[in-house]
Design a protein. Structure first.
Length: 367
């Protein structure tokens, strides 16, 4: 009988995609993976072609809520703890691996009560409230960005688990080895698209940029593709609009410049790919974590930040023009971004969990 492992991840792609990548590694090694998620989470889209058993629980966050919403959230959490106890008793996992978000808290509490080992992964440069709680219950906590947790006991810097296909992407030395007459721009609004990108970027290129210098592939999010196509209009550049893609490695490989929010998964993929990024942190990200995620790359001269404000269009236009005209700078940013994080994050995580009884080689970050 296969040993079972409980993966807990829901909500955004930043939680779900690294969990999916780890799940694939575990399945390849003969383990059974049971997934705990929510019915409304993006995991239902990302995992639609996978065969994992998914169990849904109803859990809501409580941070920043009104009093009655907080009471409702706490009630749901208590109810979810009891349900999680039943799940763990039935599924008999050898350990629980959580990837942050409010859904992980009741499962971690239940696992702690049942004396099932708990491991936690934090994607962002600022730990979320859920993972601050989970860390107290876990045997080990894995972080993507160095020094995310001020208390270093039982913390390992692992990076973010990335799909193996990203290892096949052309290197910066190869991709930026000579000047290009046309640069490929990939626009990523996050796993569910970004209204600001959809409305603003096509108009920037239409009215301000020399569009003949760029080819565009724009991920718009579900049900937004037609309006984004209309926003691009006849702007003298080739623009392809995509609602959603499960083949991001192919798009990264195609690109020379990436315009994106600063979610941890996107930043990890940019670094793995060795591509130049213009990062636009989401203004309302909890604890300003997107800005701090992006700042890690900027501090390493590996990306550009443009704030989402009234000057965005002008600054984006200027930046694209500068990158086009100074392709040595374009190449330098890309080369600096390559492998800022550990080479094989999945191997680090799996290699540090004793219940797997396996040894994995891994590469430490390049200095």
């Amino acid at each position: 009988m296969k040993k079972n492992i409980l993966i807990v991840a829901s909500g955004t792609g930043g939680h779900v995609i690294p969990a999916k990548n780890i799940s694939e590694k575990l399945a390849q090694r003969g383990y059974s993976v049971t997934w705990i998620g929510t019915k409304s989470g993006i995991e239902n889209l990302i995992l639609k072609d996978e065969s994992y058993k998914i169990i849904y629980i109803n859990s809501t966050g409580i941070r920043g809520k009104r009093i009655w919403e907080t009471i409702k959230g706490l009630t749901n959490t208590v109810r979810s703890i009891f349900y999680s106890l039943l799940i763990i008793k039935r599924e008999k996992p050898i350990f629980v691996l959580g990837f942050g978000g409010y859904i992980t808290v009741p499962v971690s509490i239940a696992a702690f009560i049942m004396r099932v080992p708990i491991y936690v992964h934090e994607s962002n440069s600022v730990p979320g409230t859920a993972n601050k709680i989970n860390k107290m219950l876990s045997r080990l906590t894995f972080e993507t960005f160095p020094n995310t947790f001020t208390t270093r006991e039982r913390v390992i810097t692992s990076g973010n688990p990335i799909n193996d296909n990203f290892s096949e992407i052309t290197t910066p030395d190869s991709n930026y080895c000579k000047r290009k007459e046309i640069l490929n721009i990939l626009v990523i609004g996050g796993s569910q698209g970004a209204r600001f990108f959809n409305n603003t970027i096509p108009q920037c290129i239409h009215f301000r940029s020399p569009g003949s210098k760029f080819k565009i592939k724009h991920i718009s999010g579900k049900d937004n593709s037609q309006s984004v196509k209309e926003n691009y209009g006849n702007n003298f550049c080739q623009a392809e609009v995509i609602e959603f893609s499960n083949n991001m490695d192919t798009l990264y490989n195609w690109s020379d410049i990436i315009i994106s929010r600063a979610g941890s998964m996107t930043i990890s993929e940019i670094s793995k790919s060795g591509r130049t990024a213009i990062l636009v942190p989401f203004l309302y990200a909890t604890d300003n974590h997107q800005y701090l995620n992006a700042k890690y790359l900027v501090d390493n001269n590996a990306a550009i930040i443009i704030k989402e404000d009234s000057t965005f269009a002008e600054k984006l236009t200027e930046t694209l023009s500068e990158l086009y005209n100074n392709q040595d700078w374009l190449a330098e940013l890309a080369k600096n971004s390559k492998n800022l994080f550990p080479e094989d994050s999945s191997a680090i995580i799996l290699g540090k969990i004793p219940e797997l009884n396996e040894e994995f080689d891994y590469t430490t970050p390049k200095k």
